[in-house]
Write a protein that binds this ligand. Structure first.
Ligand SMILES: [Cu+2]
Length: 539
């Protein structure tokens, strides 16, 4: 049980910090205590050379030996633009992951079809829309100034379970950046989480207050909320578009993009199909296909890669008559400075195309710098709980590292210690003898161990928990090989097992005589071979 109370409290406060937005004063006392007991980071990995000044640079090292390095800036429209994002796995070399990552549109379409917002281009998330944060908004971290105002909270999360069995646990850590943008009645919390296992998780919390209502309470859009029978709050879909310029590995123009789907067959099997794309693409989520998208540094199954699995897909906004790009959830394009926003791009880039579907125009992506655009949608049906102060509705997705770490992130900084057998002795016995013995091995990491054996005498088996049991059936000399495994390593030992035949009983009253004979043989064997307490023959 390695989760300390301070870590649990930390996790709780951190959750609250994000879900309650900016009202953390009451929690400050606890937060200070939690801060004091938070372990300090160890800096084991080499720093990465970044082309940004010290103020714009973020480097975070974790207890497992991993590290993130990146540059940030805040733009008036997109707000946070992260660049030169590098991940260093525990004990490994820095891996360049993204040359740039940002929100590229925040599209909100109302169910009455009267209004559609493109908040990033119509308004913005930075500049005057970016809210000033106080120390109370960032109790576990540091505030970063955007020009002269503190507006970005950088903090480190600690305490979620990275690995857990009955015997062993490891906790995760992550670097988190968030800022708050007020756009109309909504406040959007723009969050980026960089996990110690290499995963990147962008997210948006929609909070503040509901934006649009109607006095026509008979409309079939949205809901009446408790205590206000005269106002119909309109339902709508938030569509978040992220622009992700991956540059995996040393070169920007050698990334590959593929989609794997698991196609259901009539006999219940699922057939894996992988398509590597060589031209720009617009792709839709098909839930029944269990799709995953992969961007990899080079060919081959072992290439470092990042995976996007679109598991958050229950809500999709599609309106192809006016916004054809809404039919798709993921776009792959060749990087172009001209192609900055997912929609309404020409507003700020008049010589450029207007939306992300137009960017997909058949260009080859082979040997080009590739950009992914991912849309995550959320249909917001107002509830009474959304008034008057609306809690944060969180949406986002995870980009997971593949072939980047040697193992479970929380443990990969620590070498595994293989299990060790307690002394195994050779065994003797007679046919008909019942066997109930526990084999024992020790594990310095306290891992769960599993046991297996080959060469056992017929009638005897070894359970995965190490219980040797059964009845000896057949005389012979057996060489038994036993293996004990933790989750990473194993130890092999062998012992000899001599099984003698019990002489057939023919005389009347011979049963008692045979028992006496066996008992004396047992005493003799025990005298010949001192037992260790682990392996008593027939015990
Ligand atoms: Cu909403």
């Amino acid at each position: 049980m390695n989760l300390s109370i301070s870590q649990r409290v930390n996790g709780l406060i951190q959750q609250l910090a994000l879900t309650t937005g900016l009202t953390l004063h009451r929690l400050m006392g606890i937060a200070l205590l939690a801060c004091l007991s938070t372990s300090t980071s160890t800096s084991t990995a080499q720093a990465v050379e970044l082309n940004c000044d010290a103020h714009s640079r973020i480097s975070e090292s974790f207890d497992n030996g991993a590290r993130w390095d990146l540059c940030w800036e805040s733009r008036i429209r997109e707000n946070l633009v992260l660049s030169e994002v590098h991940y260093t796995p525990p004990g490994g070399e820095p891996l360049r992951v993204l040359s740039s990552a940002r929100l590229s549109q925040l599209h909100v379409a109302y169910d009455d079809s009267d209004v559609t917002y493109n908040d990033v281009t119509q308004y913005g998330l930075g500049g005057g829309y970016l809210q000033t944060l106080s120390a109370a908004d960032c109790p576990l971290g540091n505030l970063l100034n955007v020009q002269t105002r503190p507006a970005i909270c950088r903090w480190r999360n600690q305490g979620d379970a990275a690995y857990r069995t009955a015997n062993r646990a490891a906790t995760t850590q992550s670097l988190n950046l968030f800022s708050v943008s007020q756009v109309g009645a909504y406040a959007y919390i723009i969050n980026w989480t960089f996990h110690d296992d290499g995963a990147v998780e962008p997210g948006v919390g929609a909070t503040g207050a509901l934006q649009r209502s109607s006095s026509d309470t008979k409309l079939p859009f949205g809901r009446l909320l408790q205590g206000d029978p005269d106002t119909l709050w309109l339902s709508h879909t938030h569509n978040y578009y992220w622009r992700l310029d991956f540059d995996l590995g040393s070169a920007a123009n050698d990334d590959r993009f593929s989609e794997t789907r698991y196609v259901p067959q009539s006999d219940g099997t699922r057939i894996r199909q992988t398509r590597r794309f060589r031209t720009e693409q617009a792709l839709s989520i098909q839930p029944e296909m269990q799709q995953r998208w992969q961007i990899s540094a080079s060919d081959g199954e072992d290439s470092p890669a990042y995976l996007i699995e679109p598991t958050h897909l229950g809500h999709r906004f599609v309106r192809t008559d006016v916004e054809p790009y809404s039919e798709y959830d993921l776009f792959v394009t060749v990087a172009s400075d001209c192609e900055r926003f997912a929609s309404q791009n020409a507003r700020f880039n008049p010589d450029c195309l207007n939306d992300v579907l137009q960017y997909v125009d058949g260009q080859s992506i082979v040997d080009e710098d590739i950009v992914l655009w991912h849309r995550v949608g959320f249909h917001h049906m107002p509830r009474s709980e959304d008034q008057r102060h609306m809690h944060a509705h969180w949406d986002g997705f995870v980009m997971q590292a593949q072939n980047v770490l040697p193992g479970t992130s929380g443990l990969s900084g620590l070498p595994n210690q293989a299990p060790v057998w307690q002394q195994l002795i050779d065994r003797d016995g007679e046919t008909g003898a019942d066997i109930h013995t526990q084999l024992q091995a020790d594990d310095a990491d306290n891992d769960i161990l599993s046991y297996s054996a080959t060469g056992l005498p017929p009638g005897v088996s070894l359970s995965t928990r190490g219980h040797l049991h059964g009845r000896l059936q057949q005389a012979g000399l057996y060489t038994v090989e036993v293996v004990v495994r933790d989750d990473h390593s194993h130890a092999v030992e062998s012992f000899k097992w001599t099984v003698g035949e019990v002489a057939p009983v023919t005389r009347k009253g011979g049963g008692a005589a045979s028992v006496l004979l066996l008992l004396s043989a047992g005493v003799l064997l025990a005298w010949r071979r001192p037992a260790t307490g682990i392996m008593h023959p027939g015990s």
